[in-house]
Design a protein around this ligand. Structure first.
Ligand code: 5GP
Ligand code: ZN
Length: 144
């Protein structure tokens, strides 16, 4: 997509600190790192979210996430990191090209876990929740 920041980074129209690259994916340092080594991994092809992604591209993307995770683990002598996607504006997505954050962690860095991003659970019975989710699955099946 011509006006997408991360497409421009993948195409090298905008410079970035490349961590790793293959034909399908590109990994680069986040310009505003949450921790030392904070890396973003993107598919070279433009997608907004994983829901739209071709399963093969998704496989390539996560193979790169694994490679970069191992690389960061070696570099910083620790396998500890948060790996996550902000999907949609309510979840904090600012750049509309899917990207996976790898945020290296270390002891006593005072950060939280992925679960600490929100605490909005309203106490609904989990059986009710799972029923609603399953009902959606059936709705979608009927559409096919
Ligand atoms: P989001 O909130 O969309 O999940 O994260 C987007 C990330 O992209 C942010 O962490 C932000 O710092 C990073 N970012 C935004 N613009 C640039 C840029 O021009 N270059 C690099 N390397 N990272 C960027
Ligand atoms: Zn893009």
């Amino acid at each position: 997509m011509s006006d997408c920041l991360f497409c421009k980074i993948a195409n090298k129209e905008i410079p970035s600190h490349c961590v790793a690259e293959d034909d399908y994916s590109y990994a680069f340092l986040d310009i505003n790192p949450s921790s030392l080594g904070h890396t973003v991994v993107i598919p070279k092809k433009h997608y907004f979210s994983i829901s739209e992604m071709d399963e093969q591209d998704l496989g390539f993307l996560f193979a790169m996430v694994k490679r970069v995770g191992l690389l960061l683990g070696e570099t910083f002598d620790s396998p500890n990191m948060n790996i996550g996607i902000n999907q949609g504006s309510c979840a904090g997505q600012e750049v509309g090209h899917i990207h996976v954050h790898l945020i290296p962690r270390k002891a006593n860095d005072e950060g939280g876990s992925i679960q600490s991003v929100v605490a909005s659970y309203n106490g609904e019975d989990l059986s009710e929740t799972v029923e609603r989710i399953r009902a959606s699955k059936n709705k979608n099946k009927n559409k096919e």
